[in-house]
Design a protein around this ligand. Structure first.
Ligand code: PGA
Length: 248
């Protein structure tokens, strides 16, 4: 059985009630019955809006982060139970912007992934090297270290995660990894998953980093690229829909 591809939008800190509604209604009007699974990951305050507009339709939704803690005195945090209350299927975990600007370590990211899974939300675990790391020949070592922490934490549930390979130098820069560059890293991640789970083919490994309507098809044609995590292009309905259409 081959898994359906997953196309997930990462709105980041963009949007608003009015703009979200326009975007979501445009998606719903034109998406039809997509071959791929489709989701949008919105800022937490809009999860209720996503639930009311997307419930029962072809577009799932998720958050961009989740607390590593179950509940309690963690001001500003959002728990997995809260995400479940609003119907989230996915939570992005360990996005490079959270690693860079919010000090999230591999251990924190692993704890978040574990908490999400335990609470019934699929973590989309982001890994990826910075430009200096790529130039120093450390790409494989970096992504393997990042994924190893998560595999160690989630153990026998490894086949239930989603992984997103997002080279940091490609995020929001318009510099996409070539399909060959991306495939090379995805193959490394697949091999690492194969050592940890009997069903590595069930783990979707998304590519993220300036994926757009023009380059999606060639990236998604790679054997180990099982979908995309889409930032900028997920804010424009026609672009996001073209990426969804390229995923089959
Ligand atoms: P981008 O962002 O598509 O705008 O490069 C991807 C991401 O950060 O998830």
């Amino acid at each position: 059985m081959t898994m359906k591809k997953l196309i997930a939008g990462n709105w980041k800190m963009n949007g608003g009630l009015a703009a979200n509604e326009v975007l979501l209604r445009a998606l719903l009007a034109q998406i039809g019955a997509p071959a791929a699974d489709v989701a949008v990951c919105a800022p937490a305050p809009y999860l209720a809006q996503l639930q009311s507009l997307l419930q029962g339709g072809p577009v799932a939704w998720g958050s961009q982060d989740v607390s590593a803690h179950e509940q309690g005195a963690y001001t500003g945090e959002v728990s997995v139970a809260m995400l479940r209350d609003f119907g989230c299927r996915y939570a992005i975990v360990g996005h490079s912007e959270r690693r860079q600007y919010h000090g999230e370590t591999d251990a924190v990211v692993a704890a978040k992934a574990q908490r999400a899974l335990a609470g019934g939300v699929t973590p989309i675990v982001c890994v990826g090297e910075m430009l200096a790391e790529r130039e120093a020949g450390q790409t494989e070592a970096v992504v393997k270290r990042q994924l190893a922490a998560v595999i160690h934490a989630v153990a026998h549930c490894t086949s239930e995660i989603v992984v997103a390979y997002e080279p940091v130098w490609a995020i929001g820069t318009g510099k996409t990894a070539t399909p060959e560059q991306a495939q090379q890293v995805h193959a490394v991640l697949r091999a690492q998953l194969a050592a940890a789970t009997a069903h590595p083919e069930r783990v979707r490994i998304l590519y993220g980093g300036s994926m757009n309507a023009a380059n999606a098809a060639s990236l998604l044609a790679q054997p180990d690229i099982d979908g995309g995590l889409i930032g900028g292009a997920s804010l424009k309905a026609p672009d996001f829909l073209q990426i969804v259409a390229a995923a089959h």
